[in-house]
Design a protein around this ligand. Sequence first.
Ligand code: M6R
Length: 614
Amino acid sequence: MCGIVGYVGYREAYPILIKGLHRLEYRGYDSAGLALVNGAGELNVHKCRGKVADLERFTEAKDISGHIGIAHTRWATHGAPNDVNAHPHYSESGSIALIHNGIIENYSVLKDALIQNGYTFKSSTDTEVLVQLIEYVKATNHCSLFEAVQSALKQVVGAYAIAVVEKGNQDEIIAARKSSPMVIGIGEGEYFLASDATPIVEYTDRVVYVNDGEIAVINRNQPLKVVSFDNVESQIDIRKLEMSISQLEKGGYPHFMLKEIHEQPRTIVDCIRGRISPNGDDVVLSGVIANKDKFLQARRIIFVACGTSWHAALIGEHLIEDMCRIPVEVEYASEFRYRNPVIEPGDVVVAVSQSGETADTLAAVELARAQGAFIFGICNVVGSSIARATDSGAYIHVGPEIGVASTKAFTGQVTVMTMIALTLAKEKGTISSERFAEVARGLLELPAKLEKVLGLDEEIRDLSKIFTYARNFIYLGRGYNYPAALEGALKLKEISYIHAEGYPAAEMKHGPIALIDSEMPVVVIATPDNIYEKTVSNIQEIKARGGKIIAVVAEGDTVVRGIADYCIEVPVAVECLMPLVASVPLQLLAYYIAVNKGRDVDQPRNLAKSVTVE
Ligand code: M6R
């Protein structure tokens, strides 16, 4: 979603802002812009519809000088993606410029009031209202920009991360956040500002995460000052950024998504490092051990998540119920937050989120907290809002995921959930030592198995060519593999724009089988498990109706090979780890079909990497 970059210091701001916007492109956006205060104190705003490269062309003959500036990529919410609605927005007099991530919910009331006071509006955004309001407050109260922002925000209902600069002030950016992330990088005589750390990492590893309800005064001549909306000064908590530039680059791959698919053997190693003993007889997840009583006494565990993270949670449900005999529910965070759910003290809520910034998941966490649940987070982005809003948690440690389609985060999430289930089952005594060791060793062996699957890259690329022009796809799986089927379908639809649905294989005959004809490719995960024969019967039913079957099978399988049109053979793992193995060829299949169709794989249309609005 929208991205924010800011700089104030001794260097030219423009190249830093543009590079920062490029780093944020992965979030998804439809227009870009920036505001700079030049050496004469003039405020120059440049913005246009399109990509950051379009903005660079647009600014070619313009004044882009200045040591202070703010920049933005916009993902349209209020108002079409066009030049006028792009950020920064500037005030009536042209003296204040503002960028904003989030939504101002009461913008129409504020707008009416401002119109009555003579203000006019150029755009159809909620954001323009805020910059006008700040100017109005500043003019009527004769106060500083900081005081005007602080006072204006008290009138605002909604979610926001904002950055504001002012004509004539070459030293200071005012920034604030509520329910939308913001991080400040601290350099020597310079500051960087961004909606996530990716634009900052090449300049400094010293960062401060702005908390909800805080305003930062970022002045190049002064130490960073952060205060609450009620003017209580906050302690500055400088953290070390654990991220490297190479993680943010494609490393020779044509797309981040392909790089991230191929990184999975290594990211699983990173995810389990130090957590599983070498012989597989112990698993240590400190966040779970420290709170084991809460988990073991839980009436039930409720997973809240969206998208791919929700699919991972479905596997988590299966793992925990199977190994630990604790009831588990899996909820779409967006539904959970609005449906007055029954949550009681003693319930454990597990929030799953790659970005740690998904607005619905964050809201579900807040709701669960208000009702007394213990909240555990499974996040990737260190220091993200959800990671900080939870009582405890386990990071998946798969490194920055830039491709909008989640791949390595999914396998990392399922790996962490497997370790959680093992830890709890051992504590509870619901798993035999043999099974514990089998699964734990299975995790240790997983990177090598994924490496083997990735060796199928070329074979899957060839296979993909047969299906480039398919209009629909069905994905089937049962048991642990059902969520992997859902995930395979999601991958295909989001990057290729081909309609795809995932179903539990046996559910087909209750309706979806009517869709089957010779035009319908059906991807079936048919790896060995206790219902393998039943899955084979489901494949027969599809075959009998002319469907084209692409089966993911175990190496050496002869039964399905005799029925399916195409087979992808993967190494066998313990049943509960098979979705991790089976999901990788489906990621590759989706990737290559999308590439064949010429899609923008890393930034598919209409999608955002972290969905920070509801
Ligand atoms: O960052 P999160 O895991 O909370 O994101 C949740 C979904 O928005 C995300 O998984 C989305 O479905 C991806 N585009 C899937 O590839």
